[in-house]
Structure formats: C-alpha cells, structure tokens
Design a protein around this ligand. Structure first.
Ligand code: BG6
Length: 306
C-alpha cells in the first residue's frame, strides 16, 4: 500500500483491495484502506475517519491537524469525530466531556470487506468501557457503518436496549479540507433558522449563502437540506446529503481561537478547514423508544466546481 500522503490518483486497471491494520507506539489501532475508488484511514478509538480521498480528487477531502495528538482518551483534531450521546456541552453536568464520550471510546471491528462495486465496507461497534458506563448507564448499542468509495457514506445506528425511552444528541463533526476559508461559500441553508453560539444562542435566519470573514459557530435547526461547499481554490464542490438528521452545524475557529487550541497548528492552517456537521442537537434531540434504533446517515461526494 502506498503512503497516504503520496497517493496515486488514476484508477488502476487491476486492483486488489488492500486493508491494513496498524498499531502505533501508544497502542492505538488504525485501519488503512486503499481500493479502486479511494484511499482512507480510520482510527478505532472514536470510530474516527481521519482521511478519505477519492481517486478523482487531487487533494484529501478531510482536513486533519498536523498537531493532532494520538493518545488514549483524547480526540483527534480533524477528520470526522463522532459526537455522541450529546452534542456540545452536556445538558446538566458540565464536568462531562464536550460532545460526548464516543469520540474517545474504542470501537471493535464487526466486519470489514470489499463490496461488489469495489467499495470497502467497515462495520464498527463502540465498546462498553467503564468510562462510557459512568457517563451513560442505560443499555444501548452504537454501530457505525462506513462505506469507502468515490463517495463516503456513514451510518451511526443507536439502539435503545433499556426499558425506558432515551434522548440523545449526536453529530458527524466533519472537518473539510478547503483552499481558503475566506473564499469558500456554503449553500443549502438559506432562510434556515440558527442559534448563534457566539451570541449566546441568539436566534436568526440565514440570509443567503454562508461566507466567512470571522469566527463562526452556528447551529442550524430543523433542516434536512442537502448542503454544498463550493471551493473556488481547490476547484471543487463537496455535497453533503443526510438522513435522520435535523440539524446542521457550521464552525470555524478563526485565527485567535485556533491558536489557543493546543492541537491546532500555530500557522495559517485554520484557513484550510471548515466544519459542516450533520447533527441532531438543541430542539432536534432524538428520542428513542425501548427496542428501537435511530440511524444518523450522511453521504459525501465531490464534483468539479460548477
Ligand atoms: C463545534 C462547536 O461543533 O465544535 C464549537 O459548535 C466547538 O463550539 C467546536 O468549539 C470544537 O469542539 P471541540 O470540543 O472539538 O474543541
């Protein structure tokens, strides 16, 4: 398998699906995947997609911080962290970790293999650790299915195995790799109501497409719309189609906040990322009845800029 950073971009004529399991010096497990359509890397801690690049794209689709720390119990900065079973701060206990514990909890591999269409499908299940049990004592299962191909599709299935209903928040907290945050724009959220986290959750409606010239942290509620990220520098559009999600979060830290974060580079790298998060949060929390399963699903695809 080639290094993630030196990718072949043309589709080989004959391709053996290649899946590689790696353990680092801290004992953390990763899976590198190279198939006919794309390359990808996953971390088993957090069920975290760190890298995905379809062969028809010149640059990775996901942004990954060069200062990210790969340690037990610490979330990776970049890629696709999972926020679960709450989004943002815990509603009643501020001592619990922001965005829930799934992103720092190990997952086991349930299944991995090549599909007829050449995609690779990976099924992961979150382990029941003491740390997880301390923060959520209800019985549940959390299963993440990732399909890696020219599109990346992800399904996060939460099953309530308790005898009473439970409420939860969740997100695919996706960091996209972009040419320059001041040059991109996002469509699909026009006229959508949002809560502005930088203005104490002030409510307003999105006026036109989204552009950036400062820190931005908005939770768009009650929206199922497809969102498109237009990037004139990388000359591409990233399409985000979702199901089972009523919230979309858009976040960029800008220079000051990025430089205060220990796992973000101190250079201009913050300009090359934007988070568009497929979520259920605030009034869109999900209630799951006993024995039922809720699925949060997203599909990412990349086309040339129109
Ligand atoms: C976003 C939030 O989803 O995640 C922001 O809206 C937050 O408020 C950001 O700063 C990053 O969170 P964390 O916990 O990964 O630093």
């Amino acid at each position: 398998m080639t290094q993630i950073n030196a990718l072949k971009q043309s589709e080989p004529e004959h391709y053996e699906d290649d899946v590689r399991f790696i353990k680092d010096e801290n004992g953390l497990d990763y899976i590198e995947i190279e198939n006919r359509h794309a390359t990808a890397k996953l971390a088993l801690q957090g069920g975290h997609v760190m890298h995905w690049q379809p062969r028809h794209t010149a640059e990775p689709v996901l942004w990954l911080s060069k200062e990210s720390r790969y340690e037990t119990g610490r979330s990776i900065r970049g890629g696709i962290p999972l926020c679960w079973p709450w989004f943002g701060a815990h509603p009643t206990d501020s001592s619990l970790c922001m965005h829930g514990f799934a992103r720092v909890t190990p997952f086991s591999v349930i299944d991995i293999g090549q599909m007829n269409n050449g995609n690779t499908r990976v099924i992961l299940q979150m382990k029941h650790t003491e740390n997880a049990q301390r923060q959520l004592s209800y019985p549940y299962t959390l299963v993440l299915t990732i399909e890696i191909g020219a599109t990346l599709s992800m399904k996060l299935a939460t099953t309530n195995r308790a005898t009473q209903p439970f409420f939860m928040g969740e997100a695919f907290h996706t960091y996209f790799n972009i040419g320059d945050v001041e040059k991109v724009n996002i469509t699909g959220l026009e006229d959508t109501e949002y809560a502005d986290k930088l203005l104490d959750f002030w409510r307003d409606k999105q006026d036109g497409s989204i552009r950036f010239n400062q820190e931005f942290d908005r939770v768009y509620v009650s929206t199922r719309n497809e969102v498109t990220l237009h990037d004139p520098i990388l000359n591409r559009e990233i399409h985000i189609n979702k199901k089972g999600s009523n919230t979309t979060v858009v976040w960029t830290p800008w220079e000051k906040k990025a430089h205060q974060m220990p796992d973000m580079p101190k250079d201009e790298a913050w300009r090359n990322m934007i988070c568009i998060e497929t979520a259920n949060a605030m009034e869109n929390l999900v209630m799951i009845n006993p024995g039922y399963t809720h699925i949060l699903a997203v599909e990412y695809s990349v086309t040339d800029l129109q």
